[in-house]
Design a binder for this molecule. Sequence first.
Ligand SMILES: *Cc1c(COP(=O)(O)O)cnc(C)c1O
Length: 363
Amino acid sequence: MTAPSFGRFFLPGPTEVHPGVLAALTRPMIPHRGREMRQLLAGMAEPLKQLFRTQRRVLVGTCSATGFMEMAVRSGVRQRALSLVSGAFGERFAAIVAATGREVIRLNVAPGQTIEADMLHDALRRSEVDAVTMVHSETSTGALAPLEALAQVMRQHPDVLLLVDAVTSLAGSPVETDAWGLDFGFTGSQKALALPPGLALGVASERMLERAQTIPERGAYLDLVAFDEAAAEMQPTNTPAMSLYYALDAQLQRIAAEGGVEARWRRHDAMRQAVEQWVAGSGGALGFSYLPAEGRRSWTISCLKVPEGKKGRAIAQALGERGWTIGSGYGSLKESTIRIGHMGDHTVAGVQAVLAEVEAATR
Ligand SMILES: *Cc1c(COP(=O)(O)O)cnc(C)c1O
């Protein structure tokens, strides 16, 4: 195996990590209850708030994003949740509701489609729930839910919490935690943040924390209240994955150097548009088309239907032989689609290069 240079790894997670960020992983260990750790956490607090567009504390945990999905359910759902399911990760959220002994009501749409505001409005009228779970950017289908409009609907239901998986949207497309009124929004390190896997990051609203305090069996390791109390003291809950914190610190500095999260959104929007242009041009001529509709496409993952007679896995494999990595389809979409993850530190030029490889591998 030859080590490819940066810019050839377009999996929809984990994302390629910049060498400068990787270098931060080699820093020596520090006492996790000491002054240096407090300084590290204090230094990251403000940049993390800017990233999440919040005035509230950003909680960081040593687990993958699914850990915070479980935290959201254990600390936010009393009895019954409405789970919006438009793909594999929405289904995972729903399954966690059931696995933690709560009742789940699913609102399903076909892969590639999104649940719209009127559908949520109707569903909330039909069933009494105490929380809604949803995925903003559904990594399995490349569809982007209209989160702002959905959050607007939630305002008519002040007792129902909105729990949002923003794993492949946050840091790659607009997520306004405070302005949209998200009760719990979370992400993981290995997606649009372009860090190695192993960290989850999230923000809880005041009402989410109040709700958590009324639920006795929130668990221990992923207890939201414990996380919030520790964060208030600039402390980790347990011995954290320190090396990943160093990488996060380095990445937050790189994000600031790029011009902040908005500059990052613009770069991701441009990458998304580069794929749209390709599909409108030579990619479309070959037979590629989008799974999600226009206006509902993720800024970080493009899920494309492959030409008639071609197979998603074979295309991904052919790219692999050329030294490039993309994702094949997910689950039932394995053969009918490919997924290009263009998030983190990728560029428009890089996206155009991988698309040229897709073209060459498909001909
Ligand atoms: C990757 C991903 C997750 C979580 O995966 P982990 O392996 O637990 O980090 C959750 N939701 C979405 C939308 C994802 O893309």
